[in-house]
Design a protein around this ligand. Structure first.
Ligand SMILES: [Zn+2]
Ligand SMILES: [Zn+2]
Length: 229
């Protein structure tokens, strides 16, 4: 199988996933998104390889096809995150390189990159990244200890573990005021406004931002509900 047909097949699978995700998985919908008809030629081949079934105008991905498409989309969106978060490019600059990445990343590498990036939930365009085994593992082992900032008891010291936001502007603002992973803080007040102390400054935050800041409590202070503080 030559490289170009391999890429076209991968692109078709991704396109099918996106149709399934956002639109409808039918032959006319595919034609609309693939006006050149490059990919349509592979549909029969996919059908005979057990990747999908054609029922009238409907295209039905088999579990195997789903798994393959999901993996490709996951690699693509993780590659985008890598390019934006680590290489500092803008989301618009990701398209060609993310497409290159997704064909060459080995599965073990995908898990390593996902872990490195803190198992991000969204690509830089705000679209969900399908979860991998590593994300599920991380949830089990870490999420019990890592809580949203809003759940911290008043006066409890905590360290920021990650910022669970996919809005670049918001992320930049948080980083700018020193709310970076690794920074320690404590909650001074929950109500009427959320106020935290970082170093020697007090910062008022919107509740929704507090939800996005995930922390791990330090020392042996209580981590009771904010209602009691
Ligand atoms: Zn994206
Ligand atoms: Zn992961």
């Amino acid at each position: 199988m030559n490289l170009e047909s391999m890429r076209n097949k991968d692109e078709l699978l991704e396109m099918l996933w996106r149709l399934h995700e956002f639109y409808e998985l039918t032959v006319p919908a595919l034609q609309q998104h693939d006006p050149t008809g490059v990919y349509k030629g592979y549909l029969r081949e996919f059908a005979s390889n057990g990747i999908l079934r054609l029922e009238g105008e409907a295209i039905i991905l088999t579990p195997e096809g789903m798994e393959k498409a999901r993996g490709l989309v996951r690699r693509h969106r993780l590659a985008e995150r890598l390019i934006v978060d680590v290489l500092g490019k803008s989301p618009e600059e990701t398209e060609t390189s993310a497409c290159e990445f997704e064909h060459i990343l080995a599965p073990e590498l995908v898990e390593a990159i996902c872990t490195l990036l803190g198992h991000p939930r969204f690509c830089p365009h705000g679209i969900p990244i399908p979860e991998g085994a590593c994300c599920l593992e991380a949830k089990k082992s870490v999420e019990s200890a890592v809580i949203p900032l809003t759940q911290l008891a008043k006066g409890q010291e905590a360290r920021i573990v990650f910022l669970n936001t996919h809005e670049t502007s918001r992320l930049q603002k948080l980083l700018h005021i020193g709310l970076v992973p690794g920074a320690t803080l404590c909650v001074q007040q929950h109500y009427p406004a959320l106020v935290i102390q970082v170093d020697n400054s007090q910062i008022a935050l919107e509740q929704s931002i507090g939800e996005e800041i995930r922390v791990i409590p330090l020392g042996n202070g209580a981590t009771t509900s904010p209602l009691h503080s």
